[in-house]
Design a protein around this ligand. Structure first.
Ligand code: ADP
Ligand code: ZN
Length: 433
C-alpha cells in the first residue's frame, strides 16, 4: 500500500522534526546562491538563527519574477559541475524560469513520483504510457523516471498523434496513462476513428491527470469514457514538476509530500497565514533539494488544506484541487502563457498597432488560441500577399516565444472595441471544464 512506509506514515511530530532538520540544511545551502545570500542578508536573516518551523515566516517570499531576474544561474547553490539536468517553464516576458537539478534532486523527485503512482495502485506489471510533452517541460521526463522506479514498462510516447497513441496502447497493453484533461477528452472522441468502437475497450485502468486545472465533473467524464480511474497530480517546475501533491486511492484531495516541501496557505492580499481549511495562495519551500533550493515560493495557485486526516493513513496533508490563480496566467493546452508575453512579442513589431486581443476557444476538446492583432494604419496599404506574410511572421514569432502554436488574425484599427477602463485582453470562450 505504501512505497515508503516510514516516510509516508510517520507521526506528525516526527515529520515536523524531519522538516526542521531539512529546512535548516536548506537555508545553509541557499545562502551559497548569490540571490539568496543577498536576499537573506538584506532581510537580516542568519540561517543558523532559524530554530523552529514557525521561524519560517521571517524569511522573505520568492516570486517568479525573482527567478526571472536571477536568470540563468543566480539561484544556483552548488558548483556547476554538480548539476546534471535543467528544466524550464515560461516566464512573464520572454525569459523562461530555469531550474537546475543535481543527481540527488532527480533521485528525490523520482522517489516522489514513484511513491505517488504506487499510492494510486500502479505496480510493476502495469504499462505506463506518458502522453505529456517531453523536453524542457517537466511532465515528460519527471513522470518517466518515477514510473520506471515503480518497475513499470514505460512508453515515452510524448503528446499528440492519437493514431499512434492508440496503436501503442493496443500493441503493448498500456494500463496507465499520463495525460492532460483536454487531451484525454479529445482522445476519447478520436478513438472510434482508429477501429476501436469504445474507448473502454482499450483496457486503461489509470489516468494520471494534471498540468492544467479541471473540475471533478471533467474527471468523472473522462473516467466514464475510458473506464479508468483518474488521479489528480499537481506540480510546478519551480518545485521540480509533477507529483508535488498527488491523490491516493481515496481520491479526495492531493497529499502534498511534506517531507520534501513545507506548505503554507497565505492570504494573497495581506500575505498573512490563513487558518487550516481556508482558501488562499499556496506557498512552498523545497527542503530536499540541493541544486537550487527555493524558499517560500508564491505559486499563485489557490487552494485549501483539507484538515481531516485521510483514511489511507498518510501523514502528509491534503490540498483541494486547484481552485484558480491569483495572477493572469493562462494555461493553454497545458502550456503556461502570460498575456504580457504576447504583448511583448507584438510590441516589437513596427506594423502592429496598440491593441490586441487573445481569444481562447475549444476545437474538438482542444484549446485553441487566436490573437487578434490590430494593424497600424500605414501597414494596411500593403497588398494581400504582404499581409499574409506579416500574419505568418507574427504566428512564427509567437510560436517561438510561447512554445505554442496559435492563429493570428489581422484586423483593421478600430475593430477591437475600445474598452471602458481596463482593456479586455483575454476572451475565454472555452467554458468551464
Ligand atoms: P507543468 O510542466 O507541470 O505544467 P509548469 O510549471 O509549467 O508545470 O506549470 C505549473 C502550473 O500548472 C501550476 O502552478 C498550476 O497552475 C498548473 N497545474 C499543474 N498541475 C495542476 C493540476 N493538477 N490542477 C490544476 N492546475 C495545475
Ligand atoms: Zn490518502
Amino acid at each position: 500500500m505504501y512505497l515508503h512506509p516510514h516516510l509516508e506514515t510517520m507521526s506528525r511530530r516526527d515529520l515536523e522534526a524531519l522538516q526542521l532538520e531539512r529546512l535548516q540544511r536548506t537555508l545553509a545551502l541557499a545562502a551559497e546562491a548569490p540571490f539568496y545570500r543577498e536576499r537573506l542578508a538584506s532581510a537580516g536573516i542568519e540561517p543558523a538563527r532559524i530554530r523552529s518551523l514557525a521561524d519560517l515566516r521571517h524569511i522573505p517570499l520568492t516570486s517568479k519574477d525573482d527567478l526571472r531576474r536571477s536568470y540563468p544561474k543566480g539561484m544556483l547553490a552548488v558548483a556547476e559541475e554538480d548539476v546534471v539536468r535543467m528544466h524550464a517553464s515560461s516566464g512573464t516576458t520572454g525569459k523562461p524560469t530555469v531550474i537546475f537539478h543535481t543527481a540527488h534532486d532527480l533521485d528525490a523527485w523520482t522517489d516522489l513520483v514513484a511513491r505517488s503512482l504506487y499510492a494510486a495502485g500502479m505496480r510493476r506489471r502495469d504499462v505506463f504510457q506518458n502522453m505529456m510533452t517531453y523536453g524542457l517541460f517537466t511532465g515528460g521526463l519527471g513522470l518517466h523516471y518515477g514510473a520506471e522506479r515503480v518497475g513499470m514498462l514505460v512508453i515515452p510516447a510524448s503528446s499528440g498523434n492519437s493514431k499512434r497513441q492508440v496503436q501503442l496502447i493496443q500493441d503493448f497493453g498500456t494500463t496507465a496513462v499520463h495525460i492532460t484533461p483536454s487531451y484525454a477528452l479529445h482522445l476519447a472522441q478520436e478513438v472510434p476513428q482508429f477501429g476501436v468502437a469504445d474507448p473502454r475497450d482499450l483496457g486503461l485502468k489509470f489516468a494520471v491527470m494534471g498540468a492544467e486545472p479541471y473540475s471533478i465533473g471533467t474527471a468523472r467524464k473522462i473516467e466514464a469514457a475510458f473506464g479508468a480511474k483518474v488521479f489528480n497530480c499537481y506540480g510546478l517546475s519551480e518545485m521540480n514538476g509533477p507529483a508535488v501533491a498527488f491523490e491516493c486511492a481515496e481520491r479526495n484531495g492531493m497529499h502534498l509530500w511534506e517531507d520534501n516541501y513545507i506548505l503554507e496557505i497565505l492570504d494573497p492580499e495581506t500575505l498573512e497565514p490563513l487558518p487550516p481549511g481556508a482558501k488562499g495562495e499556496l506557498v512552498l519551500t523545497t527542503i530536499n533539494r540541493t541544486g537550487m533550493p527555493i524558499l517560500r515560493y508564491r505559486t499563485k495557485d489557490l487552494t485549501r488544506i483539507l484538515p481531516e486526516p485521510c483514511p489511507c493513513g498518510r501523514v502528509h496533508q491534503r490540498i483541494e484541487r486547484i481552485m484558480g490563480r491569483t495572477d493572469d496566467m493562462l494555461i493553454i493546452g497545458g502550456v503556461n502563457v502570460f498575456p504580457s508575453q504576447v504583448e511583448h512579442v507584438l510590441m516589437e513589431l513596427p506594423e502592429v498597432g496598440s491593441t490586441y486581443q487573445i481569444v481562447l476557444t475549444k476545437e474538438n476538446c482542444l484549446d485553441r488560441m487566436t490573437v487578434k492583432v490590430e494593424l497600424r494604419d500605414p501597414a494596411f496599404t500593403g497588398n494581400l500577399a504582404q499581409l499574409h506574410a506579416l500574419q505568418k511572421r507574427i504566428e512564427h514569432e509567437l510560436k517561438s516565444a510561447l512554445l505554442l502554436t496559435c492563429r493570428v488574425k489581422l484586423v483593421e484599427p478600430g475593430d477591437i472595441p475600445p474598452s471602458q477602463g481596463k482593456a479586455v485582453r483575454v476572451v475565454d470562450e472555452r467554458g468551464g471544464n
